[in-house]
Ligand binder design. Structure first.
Ligand code: BDR
Ligand code: CA
Length: 311
């Protein structure tokens, strides 16, 4: 199995990404979960990450708290999407599994230094603050990363937090710039992909029909998460963003994209956090990311239903 670290700000869709990873031990070995501030403040995202591991019956997974805000900006949160706790839906008990003492950034650095080079993949599904901090503090780890598979950005599908920017990149554009300039192979799941992975009613029903605690919870989360987006986008269901990263690791054939240059806007007030994707290769800037643009959505939901039923 491929060794990964999920860097996250749960978030209902983050939670489903973690569950999908834990349901797929043949393909994925989850070395740890690092929490970051994003959808909600850090105290809630680290708590939510532990709740999710416990829900999966995996209180042994190590959860670390990382940065409580962007590198150089004020934190922007998304309670309007995810609710007051960041993981609204059915009421959840506080987790009993411990939070690790080590800072998430220290864990990232230590893990990348101790595991053999090129064997650890990072899956950031929140703002990129923790990853950028680790790269800044310990540049020696950069060439040791196997790949970064992240959820973030948008191009043809435009933004969801401003007209130009996707939330994860917008919250900490300086961090995103550090990560995109690092030279690590990056595969990105932008809104262009996730807005094709909609939580339609039959897909939510498939979760509910599992008749398990995890199935009920995932159905309730996708129901909650949907309310906002359906009104906003007028589509069949809400985009299910973050699990696309994990699905890619399990079955990359579900996705299609192009290896192109992607730069992050960090100065313009109007387009801050935009991922400027050279889709038509009209510049001579070197490709630095595989920008996914298409998904086999039915295949993706079939994978989710099959795997989550195992928990
Ligand atoms: C991203 O922002 C968050 O609200 C979601 O969890 C996802 O990671 C989508 O823009
Ligand atoms: Ca997220």
């Amino acid at each position: 199995p491929r060794k990964i670290i999920i860097d996250t700000d749960p978030g209902q869709d983050d939670a489903i990404a973690i569950l999908l990873a834990l349901a797929s031990p043949q393909e994925i070995e989850l070395l740890g979960v690092t929490a970051v501030a994003g959808n909600a403040p850090l105290a809630l995202t680290e708590r939510n990450a532990r709740i999710v591991c416990e829900l999966a019956g995996r209180p042994d997974i190590r959860v670390f708290a990382g940065c409580d805000g962007p590198l150089s900006r004020k934190l922007i949160t998304a309670e309007h999407v995810h609710g007051k706790t960041g993981l609204d839906g059915p009421p959840m008990d506080d987790p009993t599994m411990p939070l690790q003492d080590q800072h998430a950034v220290a864990f990232l650095i230590e893990t990348l230094r101790t595991e053999p080079p090129g064997t650890v993949t990072l899956c950031p599904v929140g703002p990129l603050t923790n990853i950028a901090m680790a790269f800044r503090d310990a540049p020696d780890i950069i060439p040791r990363v196997q790949e970064i598979v992240l959820m973030g950005g948008a191009y043809f599908q435009v933004g969801n937090i401003t007209p130009a920017a996707e939330f994860n990149i917008y919250v900490d554009p300086e961090a995103a710039q550090i990560v995109f300039a690092a030279g690590v192979p990056i595969t990105m799941m932008p809104l262009d992909v996730t807005h094709k992975a909609l939580t339609t009613k039959p897909r939510i029903d498939a979760f509910r029909n599992m008749g398990t605690k995890v199935g009920d919870m995932v159905a309730a989360w996708t129901d909650f998460f949907e309310r906002f987006d359906v009104e906003k986008y007028g589509s069949d269901g809400a985009p299910l963003h973050d699990p696309c990263t994990i699905a890619y690791l399990i079955n990359p054939d579900l996705f299609a994209g192009r290896h192109i240059n992607v730069e992050i806007e960090t100065t313009s007030e109007l387009t801050l956090g935009m991922t400027v994707a050279d889709w038509w290769r009209v510049t001579d800037r070197a490709p630095n990311a595989t920008f996914m643009q298409d998904i086999d959505a039915d295949g993706f939901y079939a994978l989710l239903a099959d795997r989550l039923a195992r928990l």
